[in-house]
Design a protein around this ligand. Structure first.
Ligand code: 3H9
Length: 694
C-alpha cells in the first residue's frame, strides 16, 4: 500500500490497482482529494503490472460531491476536469465501487469510469440544483447519454438520490454487489474486464439516447410547462434544463461541455447559489449546540405516546410510525380517536396510491399505532408528546397527571406553539425532563421541528430531542422559551404589518402579490383563507372589531366557505373580491381612516424589516443560538424562499444599516412597534454582521 497523500492510498490486489479515498466525513472532492486521485491514477496507469483500476472509498460513503466549502474561494490543486480526464482516458479499465451516496461531482467522477459497481443500499444523484447549481463537471452531458433525456431532466432538476437497484435498471450501474462485499465484487468485475478484454466504455461517446431526443424540442417545452410552478423564482432548474438541451443539440460532447461550463459559472457567481449554499451549511450548523457536546448521553426512544388524535396529534404520530417507532395515541372519546386514526389511514393510503410506498407499508405503519382512552396506557413510553388545546390550565393539568403516570426517566414534551414551556414544566416534579417539540402543520409533511429548551431542561433531553428530529426526518432547531418561540414570534410582526397596510390603503391581494413575488408560496391573506379565518373566532363574542371578524360574521370564513378575503370558484381558484373591498372601505370609514396609495416597496419593507428586527431581538435575548438557526426555521417552516437564504441572511444582503434607518423612520411615523433592537443598532455602529456575534 502506498500513501499518495493523507486522504488517498494506492494498493494492488494481484494485477488490479486499488485507489482508496478516505477523507471524512463524506469524501468530498477537496483539493487534497483531487490531487490524490490525479496522482494515484497517474501512477496506476504508469505501472505496467497493473491491468485494471478500482476506485473505492472508506467511511460511510463514496464521494458525495465537490467540496462545497471551497466554493467562492481560490481553487487549489488539480482541477476536477484533470481528475476526470485522467480516469476516462485510462488505457486500463476503471471500475468505480459505490456505497453510501455518489452525488454531484462524485457521480460525475464515477461517470468517467468505464464501469460502475454498487451495493443495493447505495444511491446516485446529481443534487447540485439544491444548492442553486448544476452538475458542472460533465454530469449534464454524460447523464442523459446513459439514462436518456427525460430521466436526466428529472434527476438534475429534483436532485433526487436514486437507489442503486433503479440505477442498475437504467444502466447507470453495471453490476450490483452483495451488501458488505463491494470490494471483492469490484475486484472480480475488474478481473472479468481484463479476462474478457471488455471495451473501455466512455459514456461521452455514447450518443444513441441523445439521437432519440433530437428534433423533439417539445420534450423540453413540456417539461418546463409541467414544472413551472415548482421552479418559480429559482434560476438553477432552468440552467440545468438548458444543459441537457445542449447535450442533445451540440455538435460534439466538448461543445456541450462548454455550454455546461458557461451555465454553471453563471449560477456559481450568482446570489441564489450563494444563499442556497449558506442554507445547506446553516441546516447542519443548527445541529451543533455549544454546551451540549456530541457525546452527550441520549435516552433511547423506543415507544412514544401522543395525546390528542386531532390533525396535529395524528400528524405527529405518523412521523414516528414512519420511522418504525410504536405510538400510543390517547384521546378523550372513542369517536374522536376513531376519526383521528381514520384520517391517518387515509393519509397513508393516499401516499400508497401515489406510489410512495406499498399497501403493505400502510398496514405496517398502522400496526404501529395503538389507540387508547386512558393516560395510564402511556406509563411505559420513553417520550410523551401532548397536542391538546392551547390553554395553559389544560396543559398544566395534563402534565401534572402525566408526571404521576409515566415512568421516571421518560421525556414529557409539549407541542405548544406559543405557551410558556417553563410554566408547563412547573406542573411536574421533573422539569429537567420537560421540553417543547413544536411541530408544524401538516406535522407529517413539514420539515421543521422547533425544539424548545426550558430553563431546567437537561442536556441529555436536549441531545435526545435533536437526535430524534433526525430519526424522524425533521430539521430540528433549538430555541428558547418566549411567546411564539422563533417562528411565530417573527410571523406576528409580519401579520401585524400586513393587516395595518390593508387598513392604510393596500388591498389584501396587493400584499399577497408582493410577498408571492418575493418568493413565498402564498401571501398572508391567501394563507388565512386556506387555514380558515375562523380559527380562534368565537361567534358570540365577535364585534366586527377586525376585518377578519367582519368577514367571519358574513360567513366568509375562507376557502372552505367559498369566500374569505378572496372569492373562490368551484376549483378553489382565488380572485380579488369586490365584497371584501367594500368591507374594507366601510371598515376604514368607520375608523376614520383616509386610504392612501402604498407602494410595493413599502409593503415589502413593512412586512419584512420588522421580522429581521425581531430576529435581532431574539438573538439579543439568546432565544436562538445563532442567526442562521433563525433562517433555518423560516426556510423550513414558513416558506421563506431558500434562494434568499432566510430573513437574517437576506437582511444582511439588503444592508443592516438600511434596515435600521427604515425602522427608525417607521418608528417616527408609526410608533414603537418599529423600535430597532439594541443589537441591530450595535451591529450597525460597529459595522458588524449577525454572524460576528459571539
Ligand atoms: C458539486 O458536486 C459540483 C460539481 O458538480 C461541479 C464542480 C465543478 N462538501 O449532511 P450531513 C459535510 S456540488 C463539503 O450531516 P448525512 C456536512 O457539512 C456538491 N462538506 O450527513 C457535514 O459537516 P459537519 C454536490 C460536505 O449523512 C458532514 O459533511 N453534492 C459536503 O445526513 C455530514 O453531512 C451535494 O450537494 C460537501 N459536498 O448526509 C451533496 N457534503 O459534520 C451534499 C456533506 O461539519 N451532501 N458535507 O456538519 C449531502 O447531501 C449529505 O451531506 C449526504 C450525507 C447525503 C452526503
Amino acid at each position: 500500500m502506498t500513501a499518495i497523500n493523507p486522504v488517498t492510498d494506492l494498493s494492488k490486489d494481484g494485477d488490479i490497482a486499488v485507489v482508496t479515498l478516505n477523507s471524512p466525513p463524506v469524501n468530498a472532492l477537496s483539493a487534497n482529494v483531487r490531487d490524490g486521485l490525479f496522482e494515484a491514477f497517474r501512477q496506476a496507469k504508469e505501472d505496467a503490472s497493473v491491468k485494471a483500476i478500482v476506485l473505492i472509498c472508506e467511511g460511510r460513503t463514496f464521494i458525495a460531491g465537490a467540496d462545497i466549502s471551497e466554493f467562492g474561494g481560490q481553487m487549489k490543486g488539480a482541477s476536477l476536469f484533470d481528475v476526470e480526464n485522467g480516469i476516462e482516458d485510462s488505457p486500463k479499465p476503471v471500475i468505480a465501487a459505490i456505497h453510501g451516496t455518489a452525488l454531484g461531482g462524485g457521480l460525475e467522477v464515477a461517470l468517467c469510469a468505464h464501469y460502475r459497481v454498487a451495493v443495493p443500499s447505495a444511491k446516485c444523484g446529481l443534487p447540485e440544483v439544491n444548492i442553486g447549481l448544476l452538475p458542472g463537471a460533465g454530469g449534464t452531458q454524460r447523464l442523459p447519454r446513459i439514462v436518456g433525456v427525460e430521466k436526466a431532466l428529472e434527476m438534475v432538476t429534483t436532485g433526487q438520490h436514486v437507489p442503486a437497484k433503479q440505477c442498475f435498471e437504467m444502466g447507470l450501474v453495471d453490476e450490483l454487489a452483495p451488501e458488505g462485499k463491494l470490494k471483492e465484487t469490484a475486484l472480480a468485475f475488474a478481473r472479468k474486464c481484463v479476462a474478457e478484454n471488455k471495451p473501455l466504455k466512455k459514456v461521452r461517446d455514447n450518443n444513441a439516447k441523445l439521437e432519440a431526443a433530437k428534433g423533439h424540442p417539445e420534450i423540453f417545452a413540456n417539461f418546463r410547462k409541467a414544472n413551472a410552478r415548482k421552479f418559480r423564482g429559482f434560476l438553477a432548474p432552468e440552467n440545468n434544463i438548458k444543459c441537457i438541451e445542449a447535450a442533445v443539440n451540440s455538435a460534439s460532447f466538448d461543445e456541450g461541455l462548454k455550454a455546461e461550463r458557461k451555465l454553471f459559472m453563471e449560477l456559481m457567481m450568482g446570489e441564489q447559489s450563494a444563499a442556497q449554499r449558506y442554507a445547506f451549511f446553516a441546516e447542519r450548523q443548527a445541529n451543533k449546540i455549544p454546551d451540549v457536546p456530541d457525546d452527550t448521553r441520549t435516552i433511547a426512544i423506543k415507544k412514544v405516546g401522543v395525546i390528542g388524535a386531532g390533525t396535529m396529534g395524528g400528524g405527529i404520530s405518523m412521523n414516528f410510525a414512519n420511522a418504525g417507532i410504536p405510538v400510543t395515541i390517547v384521546e378523550v372519546k372513542q369517536d374522536a380517536l376513531d376519526r383521528g386514526l381514520k384520517v391517518v389511514r387515509g393519509n397513508y393510503e393516499r401516499s400508497a396510491k401515489g406510489g410512495r410506498f406499498t399497501m403493505d407499508d400502510v398496514e405496517k405503519r398502522m400496526g404501529l399505532l395503538a389507540g387508547s382512552l386512558s393516560l395510564e396506557d402511556l406509563k411505559d413510553c420513553d417520550l410523551v408528546i401532548e397536542a391538546v388545546f392551547e390553554r395553559m390550565d389544560i396543559k398544566k393539568d395534563v402534565f401534572a397527571r402525566l408526571d404521576g403516570i409515566v415512568k421516571q426517566g421518560a421525556i414529557l414534551a409539549t407541542n405548544t406553539s406559543y405557551l410558556n414551556v417553563d410554566e408547563i414544566a412547573s406542573a411536574t416534579k421533573r422539569p429537567e425532563y420537560v421540553i417543547g417539540l413544536h411541530f408544524f402543520s401538516p406535522a407529517n409533511v413539514m420539515r421543521l421541528l422547533e425544539i424548545v429548551r426550558g430553563e431546567k431542561t437537561s442536556k441529555e433531553v436536549v441531545a435526545t430531542a435533536m437526535k430524534l428530529a433526525k430519526t424522524i426526518g425533521k430539521v430540528g432547531v433549538l430555541v428558547g422559551v418566549c411567546p411564539g418561540f422563533v417562528g411565530n414570534r417573527m410571523l406576528a410582526q409580519r401579520t401585524r404589518e400586513a393587516n395595518a397596510l390593508v387598513l392604510e390603503g393596500a388591498m389584501p391581494w396587493d400584499v399577497d402579490r408582493v410577498l408571492y413575488d418575493f418568493g413565498f408560496p402564498m401571501g398572508p391573506f391567501a394563507m388565512g383563507d386556506l387555514a380558515g379565518l375562523d380559527i380562534g373566532w368565537v361567534k358570540e363574542q365577535s364585534k366586527s372589531s377586525t376585518l377578519r371578524e367582519c368577514l367571519c360574521e358574513m360567513d366568509r370564513r375562507g376557502q372552505k366557505t367559498g369566500a374569505g378575503f378572496y372569492d373562490y370558484d368551484e376549483n378553489r381558484n382565488a380572485k380579488p373580491s369586490p365584497v371584501t373591498e367594500k368591507v374594507i372601505a366601510d371598515f376604514r370609514a368607520k375608523q376614520g381612516i383616509n386610504p392612501r396609495t402604498i407602494s410595493d416597496d413599502e409593503i415589502l419593507e413593512r412586512c419584512l424589516y420588522p421580522m429581521v428586527n425581531e430576529g435581532a431581538k431574539i438573538l439579543e435575548e439568546k432565544k436562538a443560538i445563532r442567526a442562521s438557526d433563525i433562517d433555518v426555521v423560516w426556510l423550513n417552516g414558513y416558506g421563506f424562499p431558500v434562494y434568499r437564504g432566510g430573513p437574517m441572511y437576506w437582511g444582511e444582503k439588503v444592508g443592516l444599516q438600511k434596515i435600521l434607518e427604515r425602522m427608525k423612520s417607521f418608528q417616527a411615523q408609526m410608533g414603537d412597534a418599529f423600535k430597532p433592537s439594541a443589537l441591530l443598532e450595535r451591529l450597525v455602529a460597529e459595522d458588524k454582521k449577525f454572524s460576528d456575534i459571539k
